[in-house]
Ligand binder design. Structure first.
Ligand code: GLU
Length: 420
C-alpha cells in the first residue's frame, strides 16, 4: 500500500480529527484537548506460542489505556491479521467516548494481537490467549482495566483469559474480564447485547424520522456477533425485511426478504453466508449502496468512505461496527441528509452489558435476562436522547453531537480531579 494512502486511512488520525471538530464547537479547554488527543498509556508485548507443529511463533500484542479519569479502563481485545497500534489507539479512544456517552463509570481501553485466528487450532488459540494475559496481567484487573471480546475473540477466549489471570493471582477473579460464558460469571443478555443496544437506538431514530420499522428494509454488512443479531432482532422485534447480508467472503440478496436465523445456521455450517438458498449473490460494495431504510455496517472500520459515500442510499446508518465511516464520508452523508447513529452510540450495548456483568461479579448477585434488557434499554434510550438534544442544540451531525456529550463529561471529571 503506498505510504500516502495508508496515512489517509489511519483510523487513529480519524479519531483525532473527530475529536478536534467537536473540541472546536464546544470550545474545549486546550489543555484537556491535548490530553484527550493521545493515549494515556500503552503496552507493547511479544508473545511466544508453541504451535502444533512444534515450532515457536512470536506474536505481537498491544493494550492501550486511553483515559481513566472516570474509572478503570474498559474495552475489548481484537485478534486480527491486520491489527496495528494505531487501530488499537483509535478503538481505545472510541471506548473512552462510548463509556462516557452511556454514562458507566469507566475509562476507555483496547487490546489487539496481530494473528489470524481462522488459521489457528483451538490449542494454539488457547496458548496465545494465555500468553497475552501473562504479558499484560500487571496492568489489568477489576479496578484497573477490564478487557472483553471484540472482532474474532469470543466467550471461550475470555474463559481462558480469566482462568490465566486468576491463576496468577491465586484466586478466582471474574471481574477482570467481561463477555465470559455464563457458568463462569458471565451475564444474561451479553451475547446479543451489542445488537440489542443498537436496536433500541434504531427504534428511537425511527420515531424521530417517522419511519415505520414494520415496513422497513434492512441490509447488514458483516455477519459476526453484532451483524447476525442485528438482522435477527430487526425481523423479530420490528418485523423489518432483511434484504441483504454479507461477510468477508461475499453477500446474498433477496427482494422478498431473508430468514436471518437460517442464514446464521448456514454460516455456522459452511463458514459463510454465501450460497444460501434462493438468494442472489451481491458484493459487499453493492450491499452498502442498496436503497434500504436501515443499513448496518457491522464489520470493520473505513467501509463508508469518500469513494462511496455519495452513492449510499440508506435512510438510517446504524453503525454496529467501530469506525465504519471516515470523516470525509461523514461530511458527504450529512449534506445528503442521511441519519447516522454513530458507532460509539449504536454499538454501546456491548459494553453496557459488560458493565452490568462486572457489577454482578463484584456483588456476587446475578440478574435475570429481563432485568438486563430493561436496564440496557434505559441506558441506550437515555444516551440516544442526550445525543439528539446536542444535535438540535449545536446543529451538528449526530457523531459530533455524541462527541460533545461524551467529551463534556470526561472534561468535567478532569477538572474536578484537578488534572488541569
Ligand atoms: N468490544 C466491544 C466494544 O467495542 C465491547 C467492549 C466491552 O464490553 O468492554 O464496545
Amino acid at each position: 500500500m503506498p505510504k500516502e494512502r495508508k496515512e489517509k486511512s489511519n483510523p487513529f488520525h480519524f479519531a483525532q480529527e473527530q475529536l478536534d471538530s467537536a473540541a472546536k464547537i464546544m470550545k474545549l479547554d486546550p489543555a484537556i484537548h491535548s490530553i484527550l488527543r493521545e493515549p494515556m498509556k500503552e503496552l507493547h508485548v511479544t508473545i511466544p506460542v508453541k504451535m502444533d507443529d512444534g515450532k515457536t511463533k512470536v506474536f505481537k500484542g498491544y493494550r492501550v489505556q486511553y483515559n481513566n479519569v472516570r474509572g478503570p479502563c474498559k474495552g475489548g481485545i481484537r485478534y486480527h491479521p491486520e491489527e496495528t497500534i494505531d487501530t488499537v489507539r483509535a478503538l481505545a479512544a472510541w471506548m473512552t467516548w462510548k463509556v462516557s456517552l452511556v454514562d458507566v463509570p469507566y475509562g476507555g481501553g483496547k487490546g489487539g494481537v496481530i494473528c489470524d485466528p481462522k488459521k489457528m487450532s483451538q490449542g494454539e488459540l488457547e496458548r496465545l490467549s494465555r500468553g497475552y494475559i501473562d504479558a499484560i496481567w500487571q496492568i489489568i484487573g477489576p479496578e484497573m482495566d477490564i478487557p472483553a471480546p471484540d472482532v474474532y475473540t469470543n466467550p471461550q477466549i475470555m474463559a481462558w483469559m480469566v482462568d490465566e489471570f486468576s491463576k496468577l493471582k491465586g484466586y478466582y477473579c471474574p471481574g477482570v474480564i467481561t463477555g465470559k460464558p455464563i457458568p463462569l460469571g458471565g451475564s444474561e443478555g451479553r451475547g446479543d447485547a451489542t445488537a440489542m443496544g443498537g436496536i433500541y437506538t434504531v427504534r428511537e431514530a425511527a420515531k424521530h424520522l417517522n419511519i415505520d420499522l414494520n415496513h422497513a428494509t434492512v441490509a447488514v454488512q458483516g455477519y459476526g456477533n453484532a451483524g447476525s443479531f442485528a438482522a435477527i432482532l430487526s425481523k423479530k422485534l420490528f418485523g423489518s425485511k432483511i434484504v441483504a447480508v454479507s461477510d468477508t467472503k461475499g453477500g446474498i440478496y433477496s427482494a422478498k426478504g431473508l430468514d436471518p436465523k437460517a442464514v446464521l445456521k448456514h454460516k455456522q455450517k459452511t463458514g459463510s453466508v454465501v450460497k444460501f438458498g434462493r438468494t442472489e449473490p451481491i458484493s459487499n460494495k453493492k450491499l452498502l449502496e442498496l436503497k434500504v431504510d436501515v443499513l448496518w455496517p457491522s464489520a470493520i472500520e473505513g467501509v463508508i468512505n469518500g469513494d462511496n459515500a455519495g452513492r449510499i442510499k440508506a435512510k438510517i446508518i446504524a453503525e454496529a461496527a467501530n469506525g465504519p465511516t471516515t470523516p470525509e464520508a461523514d461530511k458527504i452523508l450529512d449534506k445528503r441528509g442521511i441519519f447516522v447513529i454513530p458507532d460509539f452510540l449504536c454499538n454501546a450495548g456491548g459494553v453496557t452489558v459488560s458493565y452490568f456483568e462486572w457489577v454482578q461479579n463484584l456483588y456476587g448477585y446475578y440478574w435475570s435476562a429481563e432485568e438486563v434488557y430493561k436496564r440496557l434499554d434505559q441506558k441506550m434510550t437515555r444516551a440516544f436522547h442526550d445525543t439528539l438534544n446536542a444535535y438540535r442544540e449545536y446543529k451538528v451531525d449526530m457523531r459530533t453531537a455524541a462527541y460533545i456529550v461524551a467529551v463534556r463529561r470526561v472534561a468535567e471529571a478532569m477538572k474536578l480531579r484537578g488534572w488541569v
